[in-house]
Design a protein around this ligand. Structure first.
Ligand code: ASP
Length: 439
């Protein structure tokens, strides 16, 4: 029988009304055997995510401040769900245990993980599924790095012996038994890990949008929906700021080529977006998505004959590495080279970096351009479609926007441009409209 792993995000499980929708979705398809919940998130009634309340609770306890407000809010979120759904699980004792452990110094990761843990207990009771504590099946090594080998072994054996289960997202355990979480939004990663261990046919990621849009719909009104996107395209887009899935949730499923389907709990009839290893039978535009971020600095270096000078690029990068700053991009031509850095990371050291470059590289000139936005236009099909660059730059020229930098990623499925921060939104709209309407 087909196996699906269904991960539900915080808004999908924010309260009893949402959880009832989740049950309908799960029960409408018997292949949804493994369910990975987030902690209750925001809703109209609740303005704060339970995870944030848990961090606040731990912080107050650590500082010796009054923690009762955070604790009471957390307590009522879970006990309200229990009451509304008429559940049996003794969530009150579990909550008391959490508080006791926090007062004993269990720490921030333990605190944050309890949102998923407690929600998992409620959901398992509601569905009649077995509850598997993620601490028993998801592992980190002693340095806190995810232990893929151990997790895959233990989790796949456990799932093979379990017909239907709820496995809470976001956390696992270290060799000494301490709880450790992934980075924020990490339940997406757990979902992918469970899908890989179950060798699932599909990893469903249920959220509050009906899939992925060609551009952020808050910036581009009427942004076109994307039916299919490849893993690699999604990684490029997430890296540049598109935020539908945690960017690390691709790795576990990549290995087994398990497709991910992003779907909307509030609109379960919509097909959502498929994230797949490759795209077949594709007839959409050559551009899959456009994503971008503001606040970058470019260091633009010119020197005649730079390309013939051995070690020039290395010496430039060494000047930046010295200050522990990673670079984002490095477009170059015969006599010039640009290094793109994040404003926030570069701002304290920029003058020292420029001095160092002058000293060690003896360039003809070094120019700094600040307050730039980077926009990536991503599409696997761009490589084989004629006229993409013309459409892209034609649209930007028509909108009267000055391009400060161009970098075609070596993957040839990504063209990155730099524009002034203030032109960011206009540029996104211009590129989106050109590809969404012209192809
Ligand atoms: N609850 C965690 C967070 O808010 C993890 C997740 O929802 O994926 O970041």
């Amino acid at each position: 029988m087909e196996i699906r792993v269904a991960k539900f995000g915080g808004t999908s499980l924010a309260d009893s009304v949402q959880i009832a929708k989740v049950k309908d979705i799960i029960f409408s398809d018997p292949s949804r055997r493994y369910v990975v919940p987030s902690a209750p998130g925001k809703s109209e009634k609740y303005q704060i995510k339970v995870t944030d309340l848990l961090y606040a609770l731990e912080d107050a306890i650590e500082k010796g401040e009054d923690y009762t407000e955070s604790y009471d809010l957390i307590y009522s979120r879970f006990t309200d769900i229990k009451r509304d759904l008429d559940l049996k699980v003794d969530i009150e004792s579990e909550l008391e245990e959490v508080l006791k452990n926090l007062l004993d110094g269990a720490g921030a990761d333990y605190a944050a993980s309890r949102g998923e843990y407690l929600n998992g207990l409620l959901l398992a009771d509601y569905l009649g599924y077995e509850f598997i504590d993620a601490a028993e099946v998801v592992f980190f090594d002693k340095r806190g790095k995810y232990d893929e080998k151990k997790t895959e072994k233990v989790l796949s054996e456990r799932l093979a012996a379990t017909e239907r289960a709820v496995i809470p997202g976001f956390y696992g355990s270290m060799p000494n038994g301490a709880i450790k979480t992934f980075s924020r939004g990490g339940s997406d990663i757990t979902g992918a890990i469970v899908a890989a261990a179950a060798r699932a046919d599909l990893y469903e990621n249920w959220t509050d949008v009906s899939g992925f849009y060609m551009a952020d719909p808050r910036i581009v009104k009427n942004a076109k929906k994307v039916k299919t996107v490849t893993y690699r395209e999604l990684r490029e887009l997430s890296y540049m700021g598109a935020s539908v899935l945690h960017e690390d949730s691709i790795f576990p499923v990549y290995k087994y080529a398990i497709p991910i389907n992003v779907r909307n709990t509030n609109e379960p009839s919509a097909a959502g977006t498929m994230i797949t290893p490759t795209i077949e039978d594709y007839d959409g535009p050559p551009v899959t998505g456009i994503a971008g971020k503001k606040n970058f600095t470019i260091i633009s270096i010119e020197k005649n004959g730079m390309n013939a000078e051995l070690g020039f690029g290395r010496r430039v990068l060494a000047c930046i590495e010295k200050y522990g700053i990673p670079f984002e991009h490095m477009p170059s031509s015969i006599d010039s080279l640009c290094v793109v850095l994040e404003d926030a990371k570069a701002k304290d050291n920029i003058n020292d970096i420029v001095d160092d470059i002058h000293r060690t590289c003896e360039p003809d000139s070094v120019e700094i351009v600040r307050d730039l936005a980077l926009i990536a236009t991503v599409g696997k099909r761009m490589r084989s479609s004629i006229g993409c660059a013309a459409t892209l730059f034609g649209a930007i020229a028509k909108a009267n926007i000055n391009v400060r930098m161009i970098d075609q990623g070596s993957s040839e499925m990504n063209i990155i441009i730099g524009v002034k921060n203030e032109d960011f939104e206009r540029t996104m709209v211009a590129i989106h409209d050109a590809f969404a309407n012209e192809f």
